[in-house]
Ligand binder design. Structure first.
Ligand code: PGA
Length: 252
């Protein structure tokens, strides 16, 4: 087996309040210790990053953002630069989440630029990739995944994946309650790893590939047991502290 340490990441999206997130963080941090097998990460909305970052300073929990600008600075109203996230001690940044791709028009190149910008500022990108329902039904899942992945390999180079995480999130499984079956998930995870291995075997073996899309307390374990699944990116279930902790403790 590889030495990949599983990662369980909470994507809180545009939910909660300062008060509710504070409560969540309190409970989660009580349940996460040095003995926890998985690395545990929270990705709050931008405005709460500073406050929650302080709250987890002395815990084992890592801090991440849900999005970032691809630019360093300048006249980009409403955007947040990578260096700003680094200023507030972010370790990770999610790039290319399907909601960013579909609702905010981020294309493969823009996502790749964000990936590069995150690394250039000393943080780890979590690159989200995944197919739409119609793409799966048209049997083009692998084609879509390859295209999304290749855009980043082309711009960043294969070695960049030594400092990156990939999240496979079938779009039809996000927030729908329909989880990919363990077989469906493992099949795509293996495909992703093989695609990277064409360029560099060692990098492919080392990169953590998370599954996301309706991961819940009662299905996490069977997903996390699979050979190429190295943890999860959790939306809805990460807003309930007990459920999220159960998921964190479900890693092999
Ligand atoms: P979900 O979201 O767990 O609510 O399906 C996952 C995600 O969007 O990262």
């Amino acid at each position: 087996m590889s030495g990949r340490r599983p990662l369980v990441a909470a994507n809180w999206k545009m939910n909660g309040s300062l008060e509710s997130m504070g409560g969540l963080v309190d409970t989660i941090s009580q349940g996460v210790s040095k003995e926890t097998k998985a690395e545990v990460l929270i990705c709050p909305p931008y405005v709460y990053i500073q406050e929650l970052g302080r709250a987890i300073e002395k815990t084992e929990i890592q801090l991440g953002a849900q999005n970032v600008s691809h630019m360093d600075s300048g006249a980009f109203t409403g955007e947040v630069a990578p260096a700003m996230l680094k200023d507030f001690a972010c370790d990770y940044v999610i790039v290319g989440h399907s909601e960013r791709r579909t609702l905010y028009g981020e294309n493969d190149l823009r996502v790749a630029e964000k990936f590069v910008a995150v690394q250039a500022n000393g943080m780890i990108p979590i690159l989200c990739i995944g197919e739409l329902l119609e793409e799966r039904e048209a049997n083009t899942t692998e084609e879509v995944i390859a295209r999304q992945l290749d855009a980043v390999i082309d711009l960043a180079g294969i070695q960049a994946f030594k400092q990156a995480v990939i999240a496979y999130e079938p779009v039809w499984a996000i927030g729908t309650g329909v989880t990919a079956t363990p077989e469906q998930a493992q099949e795509v995870h293996e495909f992703i790893r093989l695609r990277l291995a064409r360029h560099d075997h060692e990098t492919a073996e080392g990169v953590r590939i998370l599954y996301g899309g309706s991961v819940k307390a009662d299905n996490a374990k069977q997903l996390f047991e699979l050979a190429d699944i190295d943890g999860g990116l959790i939306g809805g279930a990460s807003l309930v502290a007990e459920d999220f902790l159960t998921i964190c403790h479900s890693v092999r």
